[in-house]
Write a protein that binds this ligand. Structure first.
Ligand code: PMP
Length: 443
């Protein structure tokens, strides 16, 4: 029995002993396709020699320095690679060890920004239902997964309120055009600003493509532009959480590029280091940096392992491979193949209500009935059954039991490494299709 606490306490998961490309090998000799890179993390797959060499080299140079005393080459070069041409006006980076830490830093940086510019009354944040921003208390307070929030509700921050996400499959009304639905959501956000007092709002927080709660939900065209306009009108910041959907995953380096907007603060993590080291970060707009420069000059926040040299060296190598090997173009091509394959194999399945996503970030949502979109009884654990059935067929995929307004929903996320070939994608589709059939048959 494992003595390491896993998501399900006292579970005994398979023992992974080696990774190679898109495959993971277990102690029992199983060879499994890593069809979701964990939780959309392993963007280069496993055992990348260039990344491993960069980590070893950094270890041999210097493993650790504290940012109160030194900067380091890997962190500086990583910031240059990410921010060289100031994408979207983002000019500086802060590196931490996870997505949740990045979210905490974004929350605090945004609050301190308004102190720097003399607006201390701004104390409120607006985030979205079905959003996920991490499991630390600040990030969870911004989160809209009601099952994850429930045990901790009494200790979450009241600085956050939640509005509806743009989730057309579930919440667009039959008699509503796309424009009308987007306008309804804009009206709701505007009303929330008015309820809180627009002068009191620090930021609106959202994932450009929703990941961990309901699986790869893209917004309708024009939605983010409208949200950006509302933030601008009220002088609030826009914080975009690209922990899961960023760093090339959706077919552009940043998911916001496809929305025609730019954030004031962006959180990145998973695809930043591809799992080779724990690393997250925030990318920060120049006007925020300028305010700090003109003001206190210091961010009242930080962690011991901030801008860790080995983590930054790993991320730097990952980012160089993505660029040198033109992998974002492969994400676009393979993403189209994956979406088309899933649609062909599962599009008419009586229990597959929706297939959605962007790039190599695709999900299926399971329903009892496609007409009513009713969800399965959570006790059936359909998403877990699909996970197990996929394992039995040599495929690892990421099950999400995210909530749809408080109720359990069964979602499966498919997020293969960016190096996936057409044959890899076809194998994933085939194995997943069979796994869904097996799991449904077992009900
Ligand atoms: N934000 C988003 C959008 C995420 O998907 C996640 C992780 N699934 C997080 C934040 C938290 O990241 P971490 O688990 O690294 O703390």
């Amino acid at each position: 029995m494992s003595r390491v606490l896993h998501r399900t306490l006292f579970a005994d998961p398979m023992l992974a002993v080696r990774g190679e490309g898109i495959y993971l090998h277990t102690a029992d000799g199983e060879k499994i396709i890593d069809g979701s890179g964990g939780a959309a993390v392993a963007c280069l797959g496993h055992g990348n020699a260039r990344v491993n060499a960069a980590i070893a080299e950094q270890l041999s140079k210097v493993a650790y320095v504290h940012t109160a005393l030194f900067t380091n080459e890997a962190a500086e070069e990583l910031a240059d690679v990410l921010l060289g041409d100031e994408p979207g006006g983002l000019s500086h980076a802060y590196f931490c060890s996870s997505g949740s830490e990045g979210m905490e830093a974004a929350i605090k940086l945004a609050r301190q920004y308004f102190l720097e510019i003399g607006q201390p009354q701004r104390t409120r944040y607006i985030a979205r239902r079905q959003g996920y921003h991490g499991n630390t208390l600040g990030a969870l307070s911004a989160g809209g997964n009601m099952m994850r929030r429930a045990p901790y509700a009494p200790i979450l921050s009241e600085a956050f309120s939640l509005v509806s996400p743009c989730f057309a499959y579930r919440f667009q009304r039959d008699d509503e055009t796309d424009e009308q639905y987007v306008q309804r959501l804009a009206d709701e956000l505007e009303a929330e600003f008015q309820r809180l007092g627009p002068q009191n709002v620090i930021a609106f927080c959202a994932e450009p493509v929703v990941g961990a709660t309901t699986g790869c939900v893209t917004a309708l065209p024009g939605y983010f532009k409208k949200m950006r306009e509302i933030c601008d009108r009220h002088g609030a910041l826009m914080i975009l959480d690209e922990v899961m959907c960023g760093m090339g995953r959706t077919g552009t380096l940043h998911a916001w590029e496809q929305e025609g907007i730019t954030p004031d603060i962006q959180i990145v993590a998973k695809g930043l280091g591809g799992g080779y080291q724990p690393i997250g970060g925030i990318l920060i707009g120049k006007r925020i940096i300028d305010a700090f420069r003109a003001g206190s000059g210091s961010f009242m926040h930080g962690h011991t392992y901030q801008a860790h040299p080995v983590a930054c060296a790993a991320a730097l190598a990952v980012q160089k491979v993505i660029r040198e090997d033109n992998l974002v173009a492969n994400v676009r091509a393979m993403g189209e193949r994956l979406a088309a394959g899933l649609t062909e194999r599962l599009g008419n399945h009586r229990h597959v209500g929706d297939i959605r996503g962007r790039g190599l970030f695709q999900a299926i949502e399971l329903v009892t009935d496609r007409a009513t979109k009713a969800t399965f009884d959570p006790a059936l654990k359909l998403n877990e059954r699909i996970k197990q059935a996929a394992f039995d067929r040599g495929l690892a995929i990421y099950p999400m039991g995210g909530t749809i307004d408080g109720k359990h929903g069964d979602h499966i996320c498919i997020a293969p490494p960016y190096i996936a070939t057409a044959a890899d994608i076809d194998a994933i589709v085939e194995r997943l299709g069979d796994a869904v059939d097996d799991a449904v048959a077992s009900l």
